[in-house]
Design a protein around this ligand. Structure first.
Ligand SMILES: [Zn+2]
Length: 214
């Protein structure tokens, strides 16, 4: 009987720059066959995220992490050993500002929704998963291990955002857990949720809501 050790697999080669992906890699998976393809080294995958943003203005969770990390590195004058590909300064500034705008949206959601009734309903709920159904908005709520996630998704255009906070207490700790979409679309989505909340929607237990976040 033979066993396969994934550590014995050959180091993949980056499909963009041709170097061996010694420090790690990203890849695509064919969901039908399970076949892996389109390997990228860490530098190329980050570079491609910035190219995608420049072309589409779609914010993704990894891009926000890249921007936060690179912003920190710039403030610290690029410590020795810096090897990551720097983003164009104007794009970096734009994404850092977008990150702050998303944080502001999280705080508005926290103030106007979470502390105005949703937290109370979550704490009283019997199921970990709950949802609010509207024509345009898919709104899923999931609690686990003292944390509560709210995922908002536009059912037509499929941009989405997930906020995370503590299930208990009255400290303002809500933040952005994940995002996919242009800033104006995601901010509009949060505005839609605020309007829905003011109408006093039914928050219903939903067993299909099991794991959220990105
Ligand atoms: Zn590469």
């Amino acid at each position: 009987m033979t066993s396969v050790n994934p550590l014995d697999e050959p180091t993949p080669v980056c499909g963009a720059c041709g170097v061996a992906c010694e420090r790690g890699y990203s890849m695509s998976i064919n969901t039908e066959t399970g076949e892996r393809h389109d390997y990228r080294c860490l530098d190329c995958s980050e570079r491609e995220r910035w190219v995608e943003y420049e072309q589409t203005r779609i914010l993704r969770t990894r891009l926000l992490e890249d921007a936060a990390y690179e912003g920190w590195m710039r403030r610290n004058d690029y410590p020795e050993g810096w090897t990551r590909p720097p983003a164009a300064p104007d794009l970096l500034t734009e994404v850092i500002a977008a990150n702050e705008a998303l944080h502001d949206a999280a705080k508005t959601f926290e103030r106007e929704v979470w502390f105005k009734g949703l937290q109370t309903q979550v704490q009283a709920a019997k199921l970990n998963g709950q949802s609010i159904q509207t024509d345009r908005l898919k709104w899923l709520v999931f609690t686990s291990a003292g944390r509560c996630l709210n995922t908002l998704e536009d059912l037509e255009d499929h941009h989405s955002v997930t906020f995370i906070t503590s299930e208990d207490g009255d400290e303002c700790v809500m933040g952005v857990q994940g995002v996919e979409g242009r800033l104006e679309d995601v901010v509009g989505l949060v505005g839609l949720a605020l309007n829905v909340w003011q109408e006093g929607p039914q928050v219903v237990g939903d067993e299909k809501v099991r794991m959220l976040g990105m």
